[in-house]
Design a protein around this ligand. Structure first.
Ligand code: UDP
Ligand code: MG
Length: 320
């Protein structure tokens, strides 16, 4: 690789951050420049509609380390991260949010741990979650508890603020998922890792770009992507139902043989309703997995890059 000498790549996904992106990127770039002159800052515009891209274009004329990419539409943060990671050329790659909720002040410590202790993944873990709605807080806690129980990976308080060594990035690139769940995939990879805990500061400007609806969708996807245990639970409940039915059947037969009239219209209705609901839930769970398979086998590209500019002078545009 001709640019293997680049030490650090910083990947920042942004979506509608026009209000503060120039200032935020300046803080990030200055922090990194103080550590190494050999770095690139890759900013992925995830289909912003608010002038973020124009700001990035003018910034890229000033800073030669800046590489900017515009995805053809809003693909979501996971895929924006993917796009950045796939283009990063540094010997280590740091992923961080563009709203300064991932404090750049931690970068020197991450780089030191990578350089000196030869650690391969350094993850920043949320010690406190900052300002967040109660629903999101409870939702996140529930989601991580379920995911942890199902997948065996402890992702509680995990964030996407990470440093990954180039070999981890290469391993990550070899995972073929069309719809990635970044935190889970990163945990799955393993490698020598360490964590740094941090308090999430308030957002630079505006509100979180993730609605409850969107987070619920991501959570469902993550569970389906990282565990098949829900399917096993369906089978288990089926077996329990079967055992119950056999017991009830024998009981009914014995009563019938003894000449006792078998009553129980209520029981029949209740059983029908319970079994009916359970069947529908089971079908739903199976459906989620089929939907996931369907998305994967379509084999579409994960994202589309509409435009890309590198460095202060040279600019390559591959827009269609
Ligand atoms: N983001 C993105 N695509 C999206 C939503 C968000 O690239 O569809 C970026 C956003 O601009 C920010 C980062 O992902 O840099 C984290 O988003 P946000 O701050 O809204 O999320 P939160 O802090 O609530 O996790
Ligand atoms: Mg944020």
């Amino acid at each position: 690789m001709e640019t293997a000498h680049l030490e650090l790549s910083i990947v920042v996904p942004v979506y509608n951050e026009a209000g503060h992106i120039a200032a935020s990127l300046r803080v990030i770039a200055d922090t990194v420049a103080a550590i190494t002159p050999s770095f690139e800052l890759i900013v992925v515009d995830d289909g912003s509609k608010d002038g973020t891209w124009q700001q990035l274009v003018s910034l890229s004329h000033e800073r030669k380390q800046l590489t900017i990419m515009r995805l053809s539409r809003n693909f979501g943060k996971e895929l924006a991260l993917c796009a950045g990671l796939e283009h990063a050329q540094g010997q280590a790659v740091i992923l961080m949010d563009g709203d300064l909720q991932h404090p750049p002040a931690l970068i020197p410590q991450m780089v030191r741990m990578w350089r000196e202790q030869k650690l391969e993944v350094i993850e920043c873990v949320k010690e406190s979650r900052g300002k967040e709605s109660v629903v999101k807080r409870i939702g996140a806690s529930l989601f991580y508890r379920v995911l942890n129980g199902l997948s065996g990976f402890n992702l509680r308080d995990a964030s996407d603020y990470k440093l990954m060594d180039a070999k981890v990035v290469a391993a990550w690139r070899s995972l073929p998922e069309r719809i990635p769940f970044f935190r889970g995939m990163s945990a799955w990879l393993g490698y020598k890792r360490a964590t740094i805990s941090f308090h999430v500061p308030p957002r630079e400007e505006g509100a979180s770009r993730f609605s409850i609806n969107r987070l619920t969708g991501l959570a469902m996807h993550a569970i389906v992507a990282f565990s098949t245990i829900p399917l096993r639970i369906v089978s288990m409940i089926g077996i329990l139902f079967l055992m119950g039915s056999v017991a009830l059947g024998i009981n009914t037969l014995v009563q019938k043989l003894q000449g006792a009239a078998v009553t129980g219209f209520t029981t029949v209705i209740l059983l029908l309703l319970i079994i009916g609901s359970f069947l529908m839930i089971s079908l739903g769970i199976i459906g989620e997995y089929i939907a996931a398979i369907y998305q994967e086998v379509k084999g579409r590209p994960r994202y589309l890059i509409a435009e890309k500019h590198t460095g202060a002078s040279s600019s390559t545009t591959d827009s269609e």
